[in-house]
Design a protein around this ligand. Sequence first.
Ligand SMILES: O=C(CO)COP(=O)(O)O
Length: 136
Amino acid sequence: MNRKTVALVAHDHKKAELLAWVNAHIDAMRKCDLVATGTTGGLIADDTGLAITRYKSGPLGGDQQIGALIAEGKLDALIFFWDPLNPAPHDPDVKALLRLCSVWNVPVACSSATADLIITSPLFFAEDYLPFKPEY
Ligand SMILES: O=C(CO)COP(=O)(O)O
């Protein structure tokens, strides 16, 4: 099976929802190389025992570090439960991260419903499926 690199990110009010989602898809998570922003990654690693490469906390540059992975073609999906009800001090970074997913055609889920569809899609792990990669 094709090993995929998946980023896990959640704002504070959405962390419990992301943790529940990870646990609901724990078998799929074990088949992925996981990266995360700092606090999100620590929470998930402590709860599940999954190995996660942790970057800085979002407000301290973690979103931008994950954005750099996207720009380098090293990320296969972003699961980002951002908070639509509370302002974030680093909102420009949040927007920049989501923007790069569109620039580089990287699948991104901002809700558990969409994340369910990505992670259960046979295409996602298929050896012979390569999403279109734009050439700039
Ligand atoms: O702020 C975040 C994403 O924008 C997430 O950062 P933490 O995982 O460190 O809370």
